[in-house]
Ligand binder design. Structure first.
Ligand SMILES: [Zn+2]
Length: 379
């Protein structure tokens, strides 16, 4: 079994290198947005689709054009990767359309929002320094050793700092995790914040209860802001009040997530989750206020589980991309298609339970039996 794992470290570029990082990320954003614009226009005006191949050929022409010759300063594979990202964003979009999910059209990239660029090759590693083509040897703060074979290097900005992330492939044996006496499977969802399957049975963790009450107060505060004359003293006051309330809700949610994750990590040895489901839920979630508040919790929850497992020497296992968490029976392993409206999982083997309970139990069984979870990865 090949395990994919990322190792992320804080970069310590010098001033010149940091400028180059910004320049590379900016060029990627530019080429990505330009490509998106082209694809949209071709589709809207002529119902014609532009592929990755065409866009890569055009990139060569752009570099030859004196007006866009500055692209030559950026490593060419980095720009090709940006076009590749756009291409896969489209493929995901088409897949969601085909599956009848909420499509979520690819969006334009905004400066300062996920600034990043990737090298598929050409990088080198020496101690606490990484060689990035056309940028040079950049120091990074190594907090743990890198394992496996590095497949690609991503440079990204978070806040004011640059980070480097090494995506690695590790060859591992398929083996049961018999040494783990306590294993749980966690399914996250909309009905409940999480459903947890342990040896004692099923635990439903509902969304933090303060949500509804707070929502009405939030609406009240936003109305106050919109009623006031923009820029006036009372407007500024109302805005401050709104921001403070948002911060308060965030703090309470973080507190809830800390308590839950600490309790789970402390009382169990192996935790099985499905991180890709969380990511797709985050991406497809409607933009309403309620969603924005509750959904943001999942990613944070996963991050907390990650680092706490590391801290307490527990194991976190992520089911792979093709893991049929909703389709497969946790008891007999047979599969069936499940529409989103099917709330119960009913199987010929006698299983008849809530679908989220089945998912949680199935995830747990990955940990207890060591069954292949389609590229499951310890993180
Ligand atoms: Zn069954």
């Amino acid at each position: 079994m090949i395990i994919r794992k990322s190792f992320k470290y804080r970069l310590r570029p010098n001033r010149k290198q940091a400028e180059l990082c910004s320049q590379f990320a900016g060029a990627c954003r530019w080429i990505y947005n330009r490509g998106l614009d082209q694809r949209k226009e071709a589709w809207e005006k002529e119902h014609r689709s532009i592929g990755l191949y065409d866009q890569n050929i055009e990139l060569v022409k752009l570099k030859a054009d004196p007006k866009t010759a500055w692209l030559k300063e950026v490593h060419s594979q980095v720009l090709q990767q940006a076009l590749g990202d756009l291409h896969s964003a489209y493929q995901h979009f088409f897949r969601r359309v085909k599956n009848g999910e909420k499509p979520g059209y690819p969006r334009f990239r905004v400066r300062g929002e996920r600034d990043s660029f990737r090298f598929p090759q050409g990088f080198k590693l020496s101690g606490e320094r990484v060689y990035l083509p056309k940028i040079g040897w950049v120091r990074f703060r190594s907090s743990r050793p890198i394992e496996g074979e590095i497949k690609q290097v991503t440079v990204l900005r978070e806040g004011d700092h640059w980070y480097v992330s090494f995506s690695c492939e590790i060859q591992a044996e398929d083996q049961p995790f018999a040494t783990s006496p306590s294993t749980i499977g966690i399914d996250v969802g909309l009905e409940n914040f999480a459903v947890i399957a342990s040896e004692l049975g099923i635990d439903e963790v509902s969304n933090p209860r303060f949500l509804q009450r707070d929502l009405s107060h939030l609406r009240y505060l936003s109305r106050q802001v919109s009623k006031k004359q923009k820029g006036s003293k009372s407007w500024k006051e109302a805005k401050r009040g709104l921001a403070a309330f948002h911060a308060k809700i965030r703090a309470r949610r973080t507190d809830f997530l800390h308590k839950l994750s600490t309790q789970l990590v402390k009382s169990h040895d192996l935790i099985v989750v499905e991180s890709l489901k969380i990511q797709s839920m985050l991406m497809n979630a409607p933009k309403s206020l309620a969603r924005a508040i509750s959904d943001a919790g999942w990613g944070q929850f996963l991050r907390f589980l990650h680092y706490k497992c590391e801290y307490f020497c527990k194991r976190l296992l992520e089911a792979g991309e093709w893991f049929p968490s909703t389709k497969q029976c946790h008891r007999c392993g047979s599969k069936q298609e499940m529409a989103l409206s099917d709330r119960r999982y009913v199987c010929s083997c006698g299983v008849d339970i809530h679908r989220d309970h089945n998912s949680a139990l199935l995830l747990r069984s990955v940990g207890t039996t060591g069954k292949k979870a389609c590229g499951a990865a310890f993180v």
